[in-house]
Write a protein that binds this ligand. Sequence first.
Ligand code: NA7
Length: 557
Amino acid sequence: MVNADTAVANVNQSSGETDFDVVVIGAGFAGLYALHRCREMGFRTVSLEKADSVGGTWLFNRYPGARCDIESIEYSYSFSEEIQQEWVWTENMPAQPEIEAYLNFVADRLDLRRDIKFTTHVVAMQFSDTDAAWTIRTEGGEIFTAGFVIAASGILSVPLEPTIEGMESFGGESLFTNRWPRDKVSFANKRVGIIGTGSTGVQAIPVVAREAAHLTVFQRSPAYTLPWEVRSLDDGELDEMKARYPEIRAAQREHFVGAARLTAFSFMLGMMERPRLLATSEEERQRAVEDDGVKGALNWSDVFTDMEANDLARRLYGRAIARIVTNPDTAASLVPSHAFGCKRPIIDQGYYETYNRDNVTLVDLRKGALKRVIPTGIETEQGTYDIDVIIFATGFDAMTGALTKMDIRGRLGQSLRDRWSSDGAGSYLGLAVAGFPNMFVVQAPGSPAPSSNYIAVMEANVEWITDCLAHLRHRGHRTIEATAQAQQEWMEHTTSMVKGSLFTHPSCNSWYNGGNVAGKKKMYMGYIAGVPEYRRRCDVAAANGYAGFDIDSAPST
Ligand code: NA7
């Protein structure tokens, strides 16, 4: 590390050597694995992490009810047989404390902490053409230089700050789910208000309702959410799964969403195999709702392809809610307005049942908007609510936020923030951005991250990136950069797949398409051809000498 004034000179004037071969940004799931792989390959590597511990988004999102929607056995690293054999999962769907503990275990097991600089928040990075190196600046004024950067800064790591009038005037306690306090929060005898009914709100609401004196839910957009069983793993069940890990991981690798056990994603895939809703009789529809509740309402093949079917499913969904929620007005208020399938599916434990509690009130903001926060609570067009604690469960500036928050300057000083704001969030293979040499991004826009098991794609990305680094080193190359043409073709490919589909339906504003962030260019930011196809395309590019990338001439060539 050098000081700010001498950083670039340090690269220039000495041996040309940088502080590090690779700087990894982040020490969450991706950062830990990237650090481990780089180190194993002999690269001088450091991970810069803004928090004081490992865990990434699983460290910050420690709100009540926080839990993963993919089974623990698959939402975990597959690269180490020792780790997967030694770690003990206690539930089928892991809760936040267990995931945080797991990541701490991994960091210790691989002795990663000695190469992580905690409370080190990267705020800017500049690429030097002359030096073929990045200069990385932190909030604390430290400067690091590195030949390569791996941005493992997360897809859901930057809170979307709500801008509600009067927030600062609130006399009670304001809590944000995406940076929840470490100390236990007590809701006993408190009147709690929660804003936001995405996945986070849907997880927190049943848990908070059990403890609070009263819970008022301020709902702008009702969610579609599927009831899902969370359970402890039975005696011997984990051991049995551990014995079958090769088989489980192989199935996972081949699965469309990177998780072969049942997930909400695979529920949606299964819908494609079902009969068409529009071809059913009224009796069949009613039976589906009576037998399978909200899942029965949605589980038809044409829901994704025919908006008439989608809207009918939405109304059947309302019927299913009305069979659970006893107050008819509340039940009606819980029926979504948007098309099913265009937002990330949500799973829950007892969400709708919570609205039958005497201490829970639903405020449907579609009937009268939230006006402002006042010192004693929340004012809406429908009335004023006295509140002691406000929970903001308002989501993230997803996919791009972690990168656009930093001032990243690529070739010729161009700004990534400006580029993505004017052209949309483009990348090549969801791994690299044209104009930003020697910077790899784990799960950039254009990767399958939003609609898949994040861990499966993350591992594939980290392995691809580190193999690429080894390839460059082996051949004596110093720079690699995605070409503008390859990036354009990749983005045309990814967007052509969602054209005219539900993912681009106008009724949807979500973190999938940036519609949840004011001023963000709206576009679907994932890749929906499936994880195996994505991996195949990345592997083909690598096998063809990193096709789609410009690589400098090696000294020997
Ligand atoms: P989401 O899914 O983006 O949900 C955020 C929620 O907050 C959503 O209901 C929003 O309503 C609501 N919101 C945001 N701002 C406001 C304001 N100003 N007023 C009222 N309501 C507001 O984020 P989550 O954290 O729940 O989940 C994100 C992902 O994390 C999830 O998909 C999993 O993959 C894990 P809106 O829909 O914008 O009308």
